[in-house]
Design a protein around this ligand. Sequence first.
Ligand code: C5P
Length: 287
Amino acid sequence: MVRAPAKVNLHLGVGALRPDGFHELVTVFHAVDLYDVVTATPAPELSVAVRGEAEGVPLDSRNLAWRAAALVADRAGVVPNVRLEIAKAIPVAGGMAGGSADAAATLVGCATLWDVPRSVLPELAAQLGSDVAFPLLGGTALGTGRGEILTSVPGDATLHWVFAVADHGISTPAAYGELDRLGGGATPAVEPLLAALRAGDPKLIAARLYNDLERAALSLAPALRHTLDTGRDLGALAGIVSGSGPTCAFLCPDALAASRIAGALASAGVCRATRVASGPAPGAAIV
Ligand code: C5P
């Protein structure tokens, strides 16, 4: 079994649309201890089964985990005869890179089965999607290019989060498309956030959280504004949309406050479910 973490972007600056259809990004990924677990077992043919938060997850080659297994098999020169069982805790289409975590866990699981060195996995991850390399690495990392070029960011202060999960998803291309329609991002510099992370002070970090895609998510799902306001009113240090949304991420002063705010958000009826998590969490690992 391999587990891989969810992420929230502490900073997500969306730049120009490139000729290849991706946007130039400057982002800070932060892994949290909310994990999907993938079990890869030799089988007569490639198949995917999903348990847990499984609604809307495809069970064929549209699933990124399926494509990850095929890619590792191709590298190993074997036929991808493997059954992938995915236990999902990360919200689907929630802006927390759940599909990418499944792909990262599958890369590690299949590389173990077929004797592919872990050192080649970041390159395979980048072929699968912009967010797949990060859950391999975990921790907190600066992402550039389309998000796949990673540099670990020092700072080991534990951050306590509440995630408010919506009753619908937002597709990543739809969020980027909406941002383009609205005229693009207004990105501030990332350095003040990096300095706050080095200082390890949650209040300073809270003041520097930034996400260009929040504008797009709020345009596609205006009710999220009320969810964000509610979390802030309940005592969160900050509330932002996670990645392309619609999950809202609230940075909390400490673990106790996080569990109190999660309970109050659930009672307020402003989301489908809440999750308490902390970061930075380690990258994909065999458990
Ligand atoms: O890389 P991934 O397959 O996750 O990206 C999904 C979609 O999100 C892309 O097809 C593109 O529309 C959008 N995207 C983007 N710029 C990025 C990352 C993703 O426009 N840097």
